[in-house]
Design a protein around this ligand. Structure first.
Ligand code: 5RP
Length: 233
């Protein structure tokens, strides 16, 4: 049967902003691949293009690699590209890459607009070397200027966390992320909810303070990670 709009894992489901720049960054990162490596694959459109660039180079040059995906979306793309995959419970990556929503001068990141922040953070914690690929629109003077900071929470803690966030330094607004085109909230791959936090200022201890709240699974504030920034385009 031919399904209309059936996802095939080889095309991105939405519009890719700044695609040309992202493709250029993807091609540059693909040059890092060495035969036999295990690579952690981030989520989002930049990571999707980078995965394709890696797979093309591997095919062209007869290199093999194992991919560790950070979301179902990217796992589907790996399957469609015929790549061998593994999980972090089986193997550690030689290196990983990902995109980001914002990067500031202190190399602090906001990630998680695509909802995969938890597994993306596990990957950053597991990989001895990480690359973050961003186009120039992601470089900001003030972290939080264009995007809210996502926080993944256990649904049982929703009301408690809203209460605890009262008076949080620099916090201006909190939104329970709605499901696109449907009633109700977005449910993450781990069965959790996402809160989007708008800040006037994000202090260096914001991630730690949030993580200390019972019911917070992970935050999209990636602070203190050592990564190489690939500025695309
Ligand atoms: C997903 C992410 C993405 O890396 C981030 O949203 C950037 O996306 P894109 O590459 O599509 O601009 O953190 O959870």
């Amino acid at each position: 049967m031919q399904w209309k709009n059936r996802p095939n894992g080889l095309t991105w489901s939405g519009v890719i902003k700044n695609e040309e720049a992202k493709r250029e960054g993807a091609a540059r990162l693909a040059a890092e691949l060495q035969d036999g490596q295990t690579v952690g694959i981030g989520s989002g459109s930049t990571s999707f293009l980078t995965l394709q660039a890696l797979a093309s180079r591997a095919e062209r040059e007869g290199l093999s690699f194992t991919a560790i995906p950070t979301s179902i979306e990217v796992a589907n793309a790996c399957a469609a590209l015929g790549l061998r995959t593994a999980t972090l419970n089986e193997v550690r990556p030689d290196w990983c890459f990902d995109g980001a929503d914002e990067v500031d001068a202190k190399k602090r990141l906001i990630k998680g607009r695509g909802g995969a922040l938890y597994q993306e953070k596990l990957m950053m914690a597991a990989a001895p070397k990480a690359f973050i690929v961003v186009d120039r629109s992601k470089i900001v003077d003030r972290l939080g200027q264009n995007f809210a900071a996502p926080v993944e929470i256990d649904p049982a803690a929703l009301s408690l966390i809203f209460e605890k966030l009262e008076g949080f330094p620099g916090l201006e607004d909190v939104v329970l992320r709605p499901a696109g085109g449907k009633d109700g909230p977005v449910i993450t791959e781990r069965g959790n909810l996402t809160l989007d936090l708008t800040f006037s200022e994000i202090t260096d201890d914001a991630h730690t303070r949030l993580k200390q709240m019972s019911g917070v699974v992970e935050t999209g504030l990636f602070f203190g990670y050592d990564f190489e920034l690939i500025l695309a385009g």
